[in-house]
Design a protein around this ligand. Structure first.
Ligand code: URA
Length: 434
């Protein structure tokens, strides 16, 4: 088999067989296909797409490209969650202990921030001592013993996705639905859970901005999961504005702790509760969505979710005191308030612009391996629909270095779009896909 023939077939809009897809994944991971040829193939997929069967073959082949986790020896219903990525998305920080508090088990592999989106691993590393670098045995042992663990994705799990994603990132081929579906689902399948919930974002800060595409993405992932015998459901959620009010690593940990304490209502809590409720339904520990939500909410108000968070932090070497004293987290020396001269209501708050501003401040990275500042970020004092006077800050920038401050201030100011009357209410959870 020649890889050039596979490229030509896809360029000409023909369908690929399972053997051809297995060949291209296997040879690429083995280093036998050069990046320039794989780039041509990815671009052919970008323009001519993959049908359902081809996408399923690619997913399976990628999932089998390295090690797989075997959770079968661990009792109980094991779950996983994936977000297609957004700004201020600290859902996983809350979801993992919350899932555990409702009696499910979860082993979560997460990534670092890149571009305008943050990463759970960077956020957790802002907790003094927290170790994200577990061995597979330590990870499995933690799931078995305390029912939860979070670690950084390792290169021996789904190496095909690591290599392909890096190449897609620099060849303009990230935004291809079959490539996104296979990337997401191969990683989930390789982790061996019983149930998966997906948070597919749509809006300016999401990988797919159009709702229709988000629907196709969610449907494609759910179909593939079902084909391999997993319980999968997806929520399509709004990412036109950042989720929550904090964007930045330690700031997001603080906000997550407030939600875990039951102190904070709002979109971040809403999305997290809805995702955990889906998992409870899958596990059959709840019969109705309403019943599932009630169970989840009760774990936030009772303090059980918070105590699971402390246990998670302690188990991974972090200082559990953080749950009651967030002053031990890194912070910023300086703060700058962003105000408006236009009294009224926030009409829009562009997630992409806020994500880019936080990145420029040092909260994220534009290149892999770049050092970040865990203490900096943007606190959003006003979100869409909220009233503002000239006295109130729209946002507060937490910074340690003035280098890009003026540009960041401008970007944050531009992210806000004011209007005289309240805008239509944001529909946070746009659809359930099951
Ligand atoms: N998230 C992933 O894991 N993969 C993609 O391709 C896009 C978003």
């Amino acid at each position: 088999m020649q890889f050039l023939d596979i490229i030509l077939k896809k360029r000409n809009g023909e369908n690929l067989s399972k053997e051809e897809i297995d060949f291209l994944v296997g040879e690429y991971v083995a280093g036998k296909i050069p990046d320039y040829q794989m780039s041509a193939f990815l671009m052919a997929v970008y323009f001519n797409s993959l049908n359902r069967k081809e996408t399923a073959y690619l997913t399976e082949s990628m999932a089998n490209s390295g090690d797989k986790l075997d959770l079968t020896q661990i009792n109980g219903f094991k779950v996983d969650k994936h977000s297609s990525g957004g700004v201020g998305d600290s859902v996983s920080l809350i979801l993992v202990p919350l899932v555990r508090s409702v009696g499910l088990k979860i082993g979560k592999l997460s990534g670092r921030g890149l571009g305008h989106t943050g990463g759970t691993i960077d956020k957790l590393e802002s907790i003094p001592g927290f170790n994200v670098d577990l061995t597979t045995d330590e990870f499995l042992d933690s799931i078995d013993r305390i029912g939860m663990a979070i670690m950084e994705h390792t290169s021996n799990l789904v190496p095909a996705d690591q290599k392909l994603y890096e190449l897609r990132d620099v060849t303009g081929t990230v935004k291809s639905l079959p490539l996104i579906i296979s990337s997401i689902m191969s990683k989930k399948i390789a982790c061996g859970p019983d149930g998966i919930v997906l948070d597919i974002k749509t809006g300016s800060g999401a990988i797919v901005d159009e709702f229709k595409e988000a629907e196709e993405l969610a449907g494609g992932c759910v179909d593939i999961g079902r084909e391999v015998g997993l319980k999968v459901s997806a929520l399509i959620t709004d990412m036109n504005q950042p989720l929550g009010r904090a964007v930045g690593n330690a700031l997001e940990i603080k906000e997550a702790i407030k939600v875990l304490k039951g102190e904070k209502a709002g979109d971040l809590k809403e999305v997290t509760v809805a995702l955990v409720a889906e998992l409870l339904l899958q596990s059959r520990k709840a019969e109705t969505l309403k019943g599932a939500r009630e169970i989840v909410e009760s774990k936030l108000t009772s303090g059980e979710a918070l105590s699971k968070f402390e246990q998670l932090v302690e188990n991974q070497g972090g200082n559990p005191e953080v749950a009651n004293n967030t002053d031990i987290l890194p912070g910023s020396d300086q703060k700058a308030r962003i105000k408006t001269d236009q009294q009224g209501f926030v009409g829009e708050l562009d997630a992409l612009k806020i994500g880019r501003a936080a990145n420029l401040l040092g909260a994220g990275r534009s290149e892999k391996g770049q050092k970040i500042d865990p203490g900096v970020g943007i606190q959003l004092e006003r979100k869409v629909g909220e009233e503002v006077t000239e006295e109130d800050p729209l946002a507060v920038i937490h910074y340690n270095d003035e280098k890009h401050l003026n540009r960041v201030k401008q970007m944050v100011g531009e992210a806000y779009n004011m209007r005289e009357t309240p805008p239509p209410e944001v529909q946070l959870i746009k659809e359930r896909v099951r």
